[in-house]
Design a protein around this ligand. Structure first.
Ligand code: 5GP
Ligand code: MN
Length: 317
């Protein structure tokens, strides 16, 4: 069922005990929206727990109330009046899905590929970030945003828009950001915190760039992080941004070997709908930024993803 934001607010108000969760491989929007909603609900006197069933990038550890995130359910069966799933669909919350089985689910998301299976969904695919939706929700809930909550929201909006560079940045995104600054956010501190990297990752970035391959008459560019290179790098965050800027490249992608027979794909596009490519491979995302997992050896995964991108580029012509 598709919900209005007013109905979302009503359900949150009616619940006493609430679990907030977001997607595995959590990004700034997943963590920022979870912590902002946690803080807003706490301000309304709710009993709230946040579960994100995965490791979280070090750069996000300075977000207010980060220590309240529980990173594993330890197989425990959880109790709540309501489970709020943020920034993804039901099948991407890891072990939290099983731990909350049978509980009422409320899903808030901005991914166009979310079909709302098995949940009551508020979807705004035009919102730049789930944090932008949570910002709007704060108005409906009449919760005043303090500097800490505003910092969580700003971090999610800034990271999902590439610091207001991407096509998902809309006038209301910038209005929200302006209000968040008025609430006390210091944008330079957020960007410094988010963008900093260990030396090893910057060196790894140089190594990764050496794997650059150009396909389909310059329309696609890929980076290939195999098992060996993967061991030297803590995070591949931002690697894809190094190649999506290449003149003439319509689809940039990164293939990352995470384990034997398990590879992750990130895609960025200027024209082609990469969410469709990701969906056909069991993933999802947005028109211009999407991802998926491929359960295959690295070389096979390389062929699968390159072929899928080639087809999409051909079909778009
Ligand atoms: P990234 O390349 O930054 O990991 O992901 C780009 C976008 O695609 C993000 O909005 C992310 O949530 C989404 N995405 C990435 N991987 C997957 C996936 O495996 N499944 C789904 N449903 N979405 C994904
Ligand atoms: Mn998001």
């Amino acid at each position: 069922m598709q919900l209005e934001l007013k109905e979302v607010a009503k359900r949150l108000k009616a619940a006493k005990k609430i679990i907030v969760t977001a997607h595995v491989i959590p990004d700034g929007d997943a963590v920022g929206s979870s912590l902002a909603l946690y803080r807003m609900l706490r301000a309304l006197g709710k009993d709230v727990r946040v579960f994100i069933d995965d490791t979280i990038r070090k750069n996000l550890e300075t977000l207010p109330d980060f220590d309240h995130i529980e990173q594993s359910t330890d197989g425990e069966k959880l109790e709540a009046d309501l489970v709020v799933i943020l920034d993804t669909q039901l099948d991407r919350i890891g072990g939290v899905r099983q731990a909350t089985e049978g509980l009422p689910l409320l899903n808030i998301d901005h991914h166009v590929t979310n079909q709302g299976k098995g949940v009551d969904l508020y979807l705004d695919a035009d919102a730049a970030a789930t944090c932008e939706i949570i910002f709007e929700l704060s108005k409906v809930l009449k919760v005043k945003l303090d500097r800490e909550t505003a910092t969580c929201l700003y971090t999610g909006i800034a990271t999902d828009t590439g610091f207001f560079n991407y096509a998902n940045t809309r006038p209301s995104t910038l209005r929200a950001a302006a209000e968040l600054l008025e609430a006390g956010v210091e944008p330079h501190k957020v960007s410094e915190q988010i963008e900093k990297k260990p030396l090893a990752d910057v060196v790894g970035e140089c190594e990764a760039l050496k794997t650059l391959k150009i396909f389909f008459e310059g329309k696609a560019a890929g980076l290939f992080i195999d098992e060996e290179l993967s061991k030297k790098i803590e995070s591949t965050e931002g690697f894809i941004d190094l190649i999506r800027i290449i003149d003439g490249v319509e689809v940039a992608f990164l293939l990352h070997c995470k384990a034997e027979n398990f590879c992750r794909v990130s895609m960025r596009s200027k024209t082609v709908d990469v969410s469709k490519i990701a969906s056909t491979l069991g993933g999802g995302g947005h028109i211009r930024a999407a991802g998926c997992s491929i359960n295959a050896p690295f070389d096979e995964a390389k062929m699968i993803i390159t072929h899928a991108i080639g087809e999409a580029i051909n079909n778009a012509q």
